[in-house]
Structures are given as structure tokens and as C-alpha cells.
Design a protein around this ligand. Sequence first.
Ligand code: SAM
Ligand code: SF4
Length: 329
Amino acid sequence: MITDNHGRRVNYLRLAVTDRCNLRCFYCMPEDGLNWLSRAELMTYEEMLHSCALLVKMGIEKIRITGGEPFVRKDIMKLLSGLSKLDGLKELSMTTNGVLTAPHVAEMKALGIKSVNLSLDTLDANRFFTITRRDEFTNVMATLDELLKHNIEVKINTVVMDGKNTQDILPLVELTKDLPVSVRFIEEMPFNGDEASNRGLQWNYVRILEEIKDKFPSIQKLTDPAYSTSYNYHIPGHKGSVGIIAAYSRTFCGTCNRIRVTPQGTLKNCLYDDGVLNIKDLMRSGLSDNELEKNLLNAFNHRVKNGWVAERMRVEKTGVHESMATIGG
Ligand code: SAM
Ligand code: SF4
């Protein structure tokens, strides 16, 4: 079991397997994409499996595969298959944009993947194109159908953006009437791959909730599961639920149980830090598992208290300007 220097349990890893993506969501990356990592900079699947096995042995119980878009990395199902066999791993899940996902859903189910986060910011095909700069709405909806058909728990991630999709908040809440999905509205964060990106937050979690309450006054607060990053709600008579994630306001740091590993192997103790060590480099330098474990434990003993402190302590003092595609969300 891993416990950090603030007494918080660390049992959840988010592993980003690539920075590449087949969409260009404007809140995540510029239209021309990023300076993609070279193959040599990426962790290999063998390195990912090796480090995940070690982390699971140390106390990680849940792994979420993310990116970039996980399905644009070749043979991603091989990695998932390897991870699904790790002794001690209690939960394997994914975050995907759904463009290429539908044909893999049956195999995901067979591997024991019970829950998928599907990113969907609008139910309108034209707005989808404006936000993602790609015409892929139909494929994403096909993935949603396929996930539901296979009884995989679906959490829809919706980034709320002033002037872009706030008219979609209520239709997305309506979706929970007939579908057993959890629609989670996320405050927009400044990770869009642009230095001059921090435009300030227009729609915080309070405003999002007010918008929903106005139309659905009977909405009820649910008890949030331990370590939940979302405030969760239910509208009587609806099959699904609604969540709000205060990702910019950072209200959940006190119970943060998660670490992140980027596609190039950088360990992040916090979404807002700029990396505390590089697992891939340590492995490639020939470090033994024992030594690697010591380095990891030392990093977990120096976790910052919250995302505000992490942001202040960044080595690069120019503020956050990386893309969420290199962090994984
Ligand atoms: N490509 C996959 C996808 O979109 O689901 C996985 C990676 S994506 C970086 C993970 C999550 O981060 C997505 O749900 C996305 O909406 C969210 N995200 C990306 N940029 C964001 C930002 N600037 N603010 C808030 N959430 C963001
Ligand atoms: Fe790609 Fe996901 Fe970023 Fe959109 S949010 S550009 S789908 S990585």
C-alpha cells in the first residue's frame, strides 16, 4: 500500500500511451497538432508493462489507459491484454474519444474492462466539428451504442466551454433520462498546448450546477464515492446520473489518490506539476527494480498538497502550457 507524505492513499495510475490524436479538440491542442514525440522517446509496451507490474506490486490497484487517443497507437489491444493479466490489478479502464473504439469493444469486454470514459462535448454534429475540427461524430456515437450494448459502464466526459457548448449542457443531462450513463461536466483547464492559453474560467462547477438546477429543480445530490473527483447527482426518474468535475477549481486535491505517467515515461504526482522523475530513463539506465521502487517511493513521499502548490512549483515559471494530450487528463 502506498501512502504519501500527506497521508493520502495512492492506488490509481493514469497511463498515457501516446500524445498523438485523430481529433484536434481546441481546448486540448492546436489545429496543427503538437510536436509529436518520436518513437524512441515513447515508452515501449514492454516498458509500460514492466513499470505497471512494479507499481501494482507496490500498491496501485487501478489503471486507466489514456492519451492522446489510445486507439491511434498500434496494437493497443496487446497492451490492454498484458495489463489485464497483472496479478493484483483490480480495475483496468480507458478514456477514449470514441473515433476508432467501436470495433474493439467486444474484446475490451472480454478482457474485463468494465468502465470507459467517452469524451463527448456536444450532441450536435456541427458543433462537434467546430470543437474537434474533425468530422467524426457518427463514429463516436457508434462507440457509445456499442459500449452500452456490451454493458460496459459509460462515463461521458464533457468539457464545458464558454461560447462553444454551454447550450449542450441540458441536452446532455437529458441523455441520462433513457440511458444508464453518467454525464460528467468538466471545468475547462488551461492545458491546450498554447502558452497564452489561460483565458480564465467562465463556467465553474457552481455555475454549471445552477444551469442544471434551473431546468431540473428536483435534482438530488448523491453520496460521492471515496476518492471521487466529481460531485454526483441524480434526477428522479432518470436511468443515468450527472457529475461535475471542478478540475480548474481543484476542490478534490485533499483526497487525491492518483498519479500519472506520460507517454515518454514522466511520472506526475499532480496534474498541475511538470513531472517528478522519468521512469523510462531510469529503466533504460539499467536500474534494478529495487532501485526503481526506491525512487518511486521517494517521489510519493514528496507529493505536493494540492494543484495550486504544484502549479506554483513548476520548474518552468511561464505557467501551464502543455497539451492535455501529453498528460492524459
Ligand atoms: N483522447 C482521449 C479522449 O479525448 O477521451 C483521451 C485523452 S484526453 C486528453 C482525456 C480527457 O481530458 C478528455 O475527456 C478531455 O475532454 C479532457 N481534456 C482535454 N483537454 C482539457 C482541458 N483543457 N480542460 C479540461 N479537460 C480537458
Ligand atoms: Fe484528442 Fe482527447 Fe485531446 Fe481531443 S481531448 S484532442 S480527443 S487527446
